[in-house]
Ligand binder design. Structure first.
Ligand SMILES: C[S@@+](CC[C@H](N)C(=O)[O-])C[C@H]1O[C@@H](n2cnc3c(N)ncnc32)[C@H](O)[C@@H]1O
Length: 342
């Protein structure tokens, strides 16, 4: 009833995160919205990073389920409680916020319950709102104008991060994304939360004006945002993310993590797709991934596929350069001798 098997890979990723970021230790975790407790119990049992984990849950039936599930896990504490209250066990090293829909009503409590430098993991499943299908709701809920269409989900992730940064500041903290991704119908981010100080740099949050934007084409319904325009991945952490030994779906987890490891090297906002570029430029056939990658790298730019879309790629080249490459590759393809020339 409360167990969502679609989130299996997501929980594998959670364990991968804890293994890579924390390593073995006696940390304290809190699963704010436990449901079955699957997320926190796997972290407790498989990462070796925690000596105790608190599970709170409001639904009486679910509380019984978590209690039964947690019985054989040393260090698990289960309580029927409202997750909007900071528990007496705070501060925690890690807080997991995994709601149905939007996380907003729980964010400030999650932040307040962390020790300085602790990690907040946040899921949002209201992607219809964040990704621009319901722009009015996005403005009301997150205070941002969303990107619509194929780049909407990444826009949604960046809107959520901007929101989390804003609430962090209200609570006297700053957030630093360690791992933030889009998968299916949800977004998820792991953030280091540190006290705000006089030397804290400003958050890389801003509006995107499509007219002045040198990155991938976002549409013409802007300005978009405010959104997070900084990195989605911690450059030191991403290469260390590895498939956990007890992953429920090791192949899918490895595929996803391999994509993230590569992508973290070209951590720029938004991605291109060859077929979109070709269509926009009136080029009949999109260039191959290999040709694009080679052309960009030869010109001194970086190229990486994104986990967000099979054919999507990120680059640090401005859009004008990417477009020029797509046009020039058409010319190269067009200059190949055709059958009648031979
Ligand atoms: C999406 S489920 C959590 C899934 C879980 N993390 C997992 O991985 O299986 C959200 C849960 O939050 C519980 N919940 C909703 N509002 C709550 C509140 N204010 N305090 C505590 N639990 C709450 C719901 O009963 C539901 O079980």
């Amino acid at each position: 009833m409360f167990y969502n098997p679609n989130m299996v890979l997501d929980r594998d990723l959670g364990v991968a995160f804890a293994l890579a970021y924390f390593g073995p230790g006696a940390r304290r975790g809190w699963d704010m919205l436990a449901a079955t407790g699957a997320r926190g119990l796997r972290l407790l049992a498989e990462s070796g990073a925690f000596s105790s984990f608190l599970f709170t849950e409001a639904h009486p039936d679910a509380v019984e389920v978590v209690r039964a599930n947690a019985r054989t896990f040393p260090g698990a504490i289960v309580r029927a409680a409202d997750a909007r209250d900071v528990p007496p066990e705070a501060p925690f090293d890690y807080v997991d916020l995994d709601p149905y829909g939007s996380p907003i009503e729980f964010v400030s409590t999650g932040i307040r319950a962390l020790r300085p430098g602790g990690v907040l993991a946040v899921t949002a499943t209201d992607l219809m709102v964040l990704a621009g299908v319901q722009p009015g709701a996005c403005e009301r809920r997150y205070g941002s104008h969303p990107v619509r269409g194929r780049l909407g989900p990444e826009g949604g992730l960046r809107i959520l991060l901007a929101y989390l940064a804003r609430v962090g500041r209200e609570e006297g903290r700053t957030v630093h994304p360690l791992l933030a991704y889009v998968r299916g119908h949800h977004v998820r981010s792991y953030l280091e939360v540190v006290p705000l100080s006089a030397t804290s740099p400003p958050d890389p949050v801003g509006m995107v004006d499509p007219g002045a934007w040198a990155g991938p084409f976002l549409g013409d319904r802007g300005p978009y945002g405010p959104m997070w325009l900084g990195p989605l991945f911690d450059a030191a952490l991403a290469p260390r993310l590895a498939t956990p030994p007890h992953a429920a779906d090791p192949r899918a987890t490895e595929e996803f993590l391999a994509r993230i490891r590569a992508e973290s090297d070209v951590d720029r906002p938004f991605y291109h797709e060859a077929n979109e570029l070709a269509a926009a430029l009136g080029v009949p056939f999109p260039p191959s991934r290999e040709a694009l990658s080679l052309a960009l790298v030869t010109r001194g730019f970086r190229f990486a596929r994104t986990h967000m879309r099979p054919e999507g790629f990120r680059t640090d080249a401005p859009r004008t350069v990417v477009e020029e490459i797509v046009r020039s590759l058409r010319e190269t393809a067009g200059s190949r001798p055709s059958r009648s020339d031979r």
